[in-house]
Ligand binder design. Structure first.
Ligand code: HEC
Ligand code: HEC
Length: 242
C-alpha cells in the first residue's frame, strides 16, 4: 500500500517537473493572441457590424479626426496616441478646454482593449461600441453633442461617400453608425508580441530572463486576475464585476 503511494508520488513529481513553462502558463489560464491576421480578425469580429477594409479605413479616419470634438482640437488619438502605446503618458488626461479629468483618471491604452471583458476603469461599458459614445459627448473629454457630430460628418462629402462605400448607398449616418465605425477600427488594434509567439510553441521567443519573469508571474499568483488572452483580457476591475 505504502509502496504504491510512493510510486504514485514519484510519478506525479516526474510529471510536474516535466511540465514546460508554456504548459504551466496555459494551465494558469494564459492564452496567446493568434499569429495570423485572419485568425485575429475572426477573434475580434462582431456579427452586428462585420469587419471590412472599407469600414476599418473609415473608422481610422474618424479616430484621428479632431472635428469629432466640440473645439475641433481633440481627437481620440490625442489621448490614445497610437504612436506611443495607445495612451498619452499623462497621469491625468487633459480634455476639453485643456482641463484635467475631474476624477483624475488617466487614459488607458486602446491597444488590445477589444479583449477586455468590460471597458473603462469602473467597467461601466460592456463593449467598445458602447464605450466610444462616452468620450465624444462627455463635457470633460470632447464635449460634442450627438447632433453636432452628425451634422459635421454629413456636411463633409468625402465622409458621406466613404460611409456609402462602407455600408451601402442607403446608409443612415447617425451618431451610432459613427460610433460603431470607430469601435470597429479599435477592434483591429491588436498587438501580438513575442510572449504570444512563445505561447504558440516557439520556446526561443522569450529570453531566459523573460521566461523567469513569466514563471514568477505565474507562481506569485498574478495570473489569478491577469489570465486569458492579452494577459488580462478578462481582467475585472476591483469590486465592480465578479
Ligand atoms: C481627453 C482625453 C481623451 C479623449 C479625447 C478620448 N479618451 Fe478614451 N479615455 C480617456 C480616459 C481618461 C479614459 C478612462 C475613463 C474612465 O474610466 O472613466 C478613457 C477610456 C477609453 C477606453 C477604455 C479602455 C479600457 O481599457 O478600459 C477606450 C476604448 C477609449 N477611451 C476610446 C476612446 C475613443 C474611441 C475616443 C474618441 C472618440 C476617446 N477614447 C477619446 C481619455 C480620452
Ligand atoms: C486581485 C487581482 C489582481 C492580482 C492578483 C494582480 N493584479 Fe495586476 N491589476 C489588477 C487590476 C484590477 C488592475 C487594474 C486594471 C484595470 O482596471 O484596467 C491591475 C493592473 C495591473 C497593471 C497595469 C496594467 C495597465 O494596463 O496599466 C500591471 C502591470 C499589473 N496589474 C501587474 C500585476 C502583477 C505583476 C501581479 C502579480 C505580482 C498582479 N498584477 C496581480 C488585478 C490584479
Amino acid at each position: 500500500m505504502q509502496f504504491i503511494s510512493l510510486v504514485a508520488l514519484a510519478t506525479i513529481i516526474t510529471l510536474s517537473s516535466a511540465e514546460t513553462l508554456e504548459e504551466k502558463a496555459k494551465r494558469a489560464g494564459l492564452v496567446p493572441i493568434p499569429a495570423s491576421k485572419n485568425e485575429i480578425l475572426k477573434l475580434v469580429d462582431d456579427f452586428r457590424n462585420p469587419i471590412t477594409d472599407a469600414k476599418i479605413e473609415l473608422g481610422q479616419k474618424l479616430y484621428f479626426d479632431p472635428r469629432l470634438s466640440k473645439s475641433g482640437l481633440l481627437s481620440c488619438n490625442t489621448c490614445h496616441n497610437l504612436a506611443i502605446g495607445g495612451a498619452d503618458g499623462l497621469s491625468t488626461a487633459i480634455g476639453h478646454k485643456w482641463k484635467d479629468n475631474p476624477h483624475h483618471l488617466n487614459s488607458p491604452t486602446v491597444y488590445n482593449s477589444v479583449f477586455n471583458a468590460v471597458q473603462s476603469w469602473d467597467g461601466r461599458n460592456p463593449d467598445l461600441e458602447d464605450q466610444v459614445q462616452g468620450p465624444i459627448q462627455a463635457g470633460a473629454v470632447m464635449a460634442a453633442p450627438k447632433e453636432l457630430i452628425v451634422q459635421r460628418i454629413t456636411s463633409i462629402p468625402t465622409y458621406v461617400n466613404e460611409f456609402k462605400n462602407a455600408y451601402g448607398d442607403n446608409v443612415r449616418i447617425d451618431f451610432k453608425k459613427i460610433a460603431d465605425t470607430i469601435a470597429l477600427y479599435e477592434r483591429t488594434l491588436v498587438t501580438p508580441s513575442r510572449f504570444d509567439t512563445f505561447m504558440l510553441g516557439n520556446e526561443n521567443a522569450l529570453s531566459q530572463a523573460e521566461k523567469e519573469g513569466l514563471d514568477t508571474f505565474i507562481s506569485k499568483g498574478c495570473t489569478t486576475c491577469h489570465y486569458d488572452i492579452g494577459i488580462g483580457g478578462t481582467m475585472q476591475p476591483f469590486e465592480v464585476v465578479n
